[in-house]
Write a protein that binds this ligand. Sequence first.
Ligand code: UD1
Length: 419
Amino acid sequence: MDRFLVRGGMPLCGEVAASGSKNSALALMAAALLVQGTTRLRNLPRVRDLDAMLELLRALGAEADWDPADEHAAVIDASRLTRPEAPYDVVRKMRASFMVLGPLVARCGVARVSEPGGCAIGVRPVDQHLKGLEAMGAKVSLDHGVVEASAPRLRGGRVAFDMATVNGTQNVMMAASLADGETVIENAAREPEVVELANALCRMGADVRGAGSDRVVVRGGGSLRGVEHRVSGDRIETGTLLIAGVVTGGDVTVTGVDPSHLEAVLDKLRETGADLETRPDAVRARAAERLAGVNVVTAPWPGFPTDMQAQLMAALCTASSSSVISETVFENRFMHVPELQRMGADISVEGRAAHVRGVERLAGAPVMATDLRASAGLVLAGLAAEGETTVNRVYHIDRGYERIEEKLRSLGADIRRER
Ligand code: UD1
């Protein structure tokens, strides 16, 4: 198992390119299942979650692989889907694989996908995905941990989500693109990844309107055609790299990203006293002084993303004043707290709120990554700490960040991977 050795204290400075959005890519790969033809996705991050998704698509019978001519592109031909079943082993490791359910029922009339079950950051049920497919006429049953959905032909329906679910909205949007008639999604998630998927579906020939608002209308029915799509820059990776700059008192510019995808994060960083500048496709963040504490509440778009909570907390550990971080999206997303405490952070958790009292500095220590974004937070803490931090179990980080240690090193960080 790999680990990172981080020696903290170096201000990170320079320019680095964002990789493509992992979460957008996962949804787009699932969308390729809707097409009897070839979809080519470009600007993909080379991360383990995408390897896993390609493997799943192959298991379903599609031809799916990285493009030998471009290491950041993949070609997916879903003309023939021979086995509409996603086994537990795959779904357990990557919940996003549940997004194949909608496209598979729409294409094959029946699909079986294992129920994802719990994961490190909480229970994360899929009831809303299922409610959406049922509203389109699918018969859904659960047998020995496997969800089976069937419908000889899906038809449009009205789906009112109980909460804004990103992958749930995407799952239903995809299925609705092949369903007969009109589907209306109320309380839809509004994240940029939902909008990007909707745009790609439209280019495939679907009629999807309202994405980015809480009411999405899909008129389905026709068949879809393969497209080439360039995935937009990863807003979470960008936010992580920007925090690496400001927490070390450095000056970092991330290119290849749409700053409007990061508004809530940039607003919060400004509130800490960091200096932010945006260009149409880049963001620069620097901080000459110790950051100030801020209060933050995670929320669905356009709120502060839960996927940036651990990284911001790492930065606030050494702020000049106190912060309160409230996590409202997932119920168990403070697993980085005990690890940060081992580095000298002064944090107490009460229910869904973490009180962070800034300390002068963190001290390097061996820590353990527990999930993707928590691991990123620990790396950031290590960059700011005095002495050496060993981040164990970095396979979590490899799921969603492409060669993060190389990107950080190019900015002047002292970080290396030990196998
Ligand atoms: C996506 C992102 C993830 C991010 C999350 C919230 C991908 C691959 N992953 O996950 O990185 O942290 O959005 O921005 O895009 N819920 C239910 N029932 C459901 C579905 C969701 O109760 O059927 C709950 C979840 O437990 C959670 C909340 O709704 O409390 C939001 O989760 P959701 O938006 O669905 O997260 P994902 O789409 O799985």
